[in-house]
Design a protein around this ligand. Structure first.
Ligand SMILES: [Zn+2]
Length: 288
């Protein structure tokens, strides 16, 4: 699919964010998992607690902590590939968060770990926990259009008004990384310096890829098929402009999980692709 060209577009209409989502204020640590499990298919409160997710220090607009877990590689992999695995940047794609919980369980169970992981299953808790789960954060911003791609100020609002016809579900915000949730992802890429980013979505049932190495051909039943390049998207920002490969996994259904065997097949195929295609800066890089 052709990349977006900002030159097609002229002035923009004023931005109109969607109505704010109601405030959710968790009172204690154990409160995190109760509202999350109520929204996530096949994730119980105990499953959630067992993942030992920790607050990152960044809260959503409504005050819900962004949660993450760091897992080191085994000692025999001292220069392990660093993977940033995120889910749920769109709050109405519940399976995209739930499957990351399942994979986090796999990492915790495995006796030997060849990669170094930073896992954040719920990037947009306010969208997920809204009375009806919704794509955007509490400011009505589509977080996956809020990353600082070049010429964002010109391209992102123009694309929104002209191509999406000011679809409130795709509002990119007033400025790049204007939102605490997208800023956390941005800062994490800066500080953690992942060798690859995996971002899980639903419901298009495909794999998308942006970046300098070979795209995956398939994970489980999901086949590589370009979804597109958008101003302000994470794939565009990280994969194309930072040269950090981004795999976008689009599960086939936003509310119903794939069968357990498929959850595991996607997981195994993903690791195989990472092993074969991603290099760390400490190794000799043979770029295509
Ligand atoms: Zn999405």
């Amino acid at each position: 699919m052709a990349a977006f060209s900002g030159s097609l577009f002229a002035a923009t209409t004023p931005a109109k964010p969607a109505a704010p989502a109601p405030v959710v204020k968790p009172k204690t640590v154990t409160d995190w998992c109760t509202p999350l499990a109520a929204r996530l298919p096949k994730v119980s409160v105990d499953d959630c607690r067992n993942t030992k997710l920790q607050p990152t220090g960044t809260n959503s607009l409504n005050g819900f902590p962004l949660l993450a877990r760091d897992l080191s590689a085994s000692a025999k992999h001292p220069h392990a590939i660093k993977v940033l695995l995120i889910g749920g940047i769109h709050g109405d794609e519940q399976t995209a968060s739930a499957i990351v919980f399942k994979w986090l369980e796999n990492i915790q169970k495995s006796s030997e770990q060849e990669f170094q992981w930073k896992v954040a299953p719920i990037i947009n808790p306010d969208g997920l926990l809204a009375p009806k789960p919704r794509r955007m954060n509490a400011h009505g911003v589509d977080l996956n259009r809020n990353f600082p791609t070049p010429d964002w100020q010109k391209e992102a609002p123009a694309y929104w008004s002209r191509v999406t016809r000011s679809d409130p579900r795709r509002y990119p915000g007033k400025a790049p990384i204007s939102e605490p949730e997208s800023r956390w992802v941005y800062d994490t890429i800066e500080k953690y310096k992942p060798n690859v980013v995996i971002s899980v979505h639903a419901p298009f049932g495909v794999l998308d890829f942006d970046g300098p190495t070979s795209p995956p051909s398939r994970f489980g039943r999901l086949i590589y098929n370009r979804v597109g390049v958008y101003p302000g998207s994470l794939g565009n920002y990280s994969g194309i402009h930072k040269d950090i490969p981004v795999v976008t996994i689009e599960l086939p259904n936003a509310s119903q999980m794939p069968p357990d065997a498929e959850v595991q097949r996607i997981w195994l195929d993903m690791q195989k692709w990472i092993r074969q295609n991603i290099v760390t800066s400490t190794k000799t890089v043979k770029r295509l």
